[in-house]
Design a protein around this ligand. Structure first.
Ligand code: SF4
Length: 475
């Protein structure tokens, strides 16, 4: 069977789609290769929510197309959000592309690899797709950690956002399906489960499940071998008392909230069709901190939204200073054609937006360092990820307050007791604090005992680096 290589761009939700496509192919006997030059079929799963992401997707497609000239590649397949926005343009303008797969057509990856013609599926809109617990999936994350997608699409009307156009209307997976998949992941050695969706806090609403996410967290918290359950992408006005209580009362649920607020000025939030304001957001953050002492808070903001004045930006800066987030992302507004804000007046010059982004990140760097300093001398459970990416002299890991791939880490420069293995949960004493990372001595005590047999060896490197002989099991 041909060798397949995959490049997965964008968010963890897209990564799960890549893993599903690889699962379907591997189950049919396709070999997965870590080396694009050896791949006979290369799949690029794209991202397209803002201009830089679109550019990265196009650059990657063109880069992979070169392997059709100089490598073993004879087929290039493009999948994901860029296809949803520019299917026709991709086929017309990039002749090297042999097939395109939309976000609801993951299962057509097989036909694409078997040589279906490049415009198959063009004449009808595919049914909204949601994978389930019996869908084959190749996990690309380290053996002890995995993403769990609980819903797809979004019904919110945020004017700057084109994700609903690419991912469709909001739809939840069945409760039992999510639990079943999580149990399977735990059986495979996964100890940290990160729940994702465009808006995880709306989980179950379309299925008539009241307080769906809180119920799910409590149920996931009962799975024996799981150590941490984390959830990302909360919609602000869906952060309910029931959700806060579920996090506070379920030991295995990470004391961690990711709530993209996008702005704090009521006039900008109104233009974004998101509502609310900084005062209400601060009240919500205070409520979470009161109920869950030591909770980690992450958010993200957009600067340069049309109509954002210097006063609006000053209000945002004051809000960020008062909120003292542990982790923060600041995006430049991207004027996306087909978004509702595309034609809004008072577009903000790019140089002004960049200045605002720089100022906000400089403010956050100080806040992050101040927050991290509070942990020096403290002992915290750390999930060891392995040797540090920076140097072999160090190990690295994460505390419960640090999500995979988006937050800082713990650099381990001293070890008491046995050398750790990736996936170990050990107590660590924090010795230093940087702007975004902590430094620690790893102590000999285990936070949870290692169950050596269960942890699946990690496929090395990025998704394109997948080992050929990966086992495929319906998750
Ligand atoms: S909630 Fe998020 S995904 Fe949904 S429209 Fe708003 S920004 Fe986009």
């Amino acid at each position: 069977m041909p060798k397949v290589g995959m490049v997965s761009l964008g968010c963890p939700k897209n990564l799960v789609d890549s893993e599903v496509m690889l699962g379907i192919l591997a189950q049919q006997g396709y070999e997965l290769t870590p080396h694009p030059d050896q791949a006979e079929i290369i799949i690029v799963n794209t991202c397209a929510f803002i201009a830089p992401a679109k550019q990265e997707s196009i650059n990657t497609i063109l880069e992979m197309a070169e392997y059709k000239k100089f490598g073993a590649a004879r087929k290039l397949v493009v999948a994901g959000c860029l296809v949803e926005r520019y299917r026709q343009e991709i086929l017309e303008q990039i002749p090297e592309v042999d097939h395109v797969i939309g976000t609801n057509e993951l299962e057509s990856v097989l036909a694409a690899c078997q040589g279906a013609n490049r415009s198959a599926g063009m004449n009808r809109a595919p049914e909204p797709y949601l994978y389930h617990e019996f869908t084959p999936r190749v996990l690309s994350t380290p053996g002890y950690s995995a993403y769990l997608k609980i819903a797809e699409g979004c019904d919110h009307p945020c004017t700057f956002c084109v994700i609903p156009q690419m991912r469709g209307a909001f739809r939840s997976r069945r409760f039992a399906s999510v639990i079943h998949e999580a149990e399977n992941l735990a059986r495979q050695g996964v100890r940290e489960i990160t729940i994702v969706g465009q808006d995880t806090t709306s989980y179950g609403e379309d299925l008539g499940i009241r307080e769906g996410l809180p119920s799910l967290l409590r149920e996931l918290g009962k799975i024996q071998d799981v150590v941490w359950v984390r959830f990302l992408y909360c919609y602000p006005n869906r952060v309910t008392d029931a959700l806060i209580a579920a996090v506070a009362e379920t030991p295995k649920v990470a004391k961690y909230f990711d709530i993209p607020l996008q702005h704090s000025s009521s006039s900008v939030l109104k233009l974004m069709k998101r509502g609310s304001n900084g005062r209400q957001f601060l009240h919500m953050l205070e409520k979470i901190r009161a109920a869950i002492p030591g909770v980690a808070l992450r958010s993200s903001f957009i600067v340069g939204f049309p109509g954002e004045t210097e006063d609006d930006f000053k209000a945002l800066r004051d809000f960020v200073a008062a909120a003292e987030f542990d982790h923060l992302g600041v995006f430049l507004y991207s004027n996306e054609e087909t978004s509702r804000s595309f034609d809004l007046p008072n577009q903000v010059p790019a140089s002004v937006a960049r200045r605002r982004q720089k100022q906000l990140m400089a403010l956050q760097r100080k806040i992050s360092k101040r927050n991290l300093r509070k942990f020096v001398g403290k002992s915290l459970p750390v999930l060891v990820e392995g040797r540090s990416e920076e140097t072999d002299l160090l190990y690295q890991g994460r505390t419960e307050r640090q999500a995979p791939g988006i937050d800082g880490c713990v650099l381990i420069n001293d070890i008491v007791g046995p050398a750790p293995e990736p996936g170990d949960f050990r107590w660590a004493t924090i010795t230093e604090a940087g702007d975004y990372d902590l430094v620690a001595r790893l102590d000999s005590d285990a936070f949870v005992e290692r169950r050596p047999s269960a942890i699946r060896p990690q496929a090395p490197g990025a998704l394109v680096q997948i080992q050929p002989a990966l086992t495929v099991s319906p998750v």
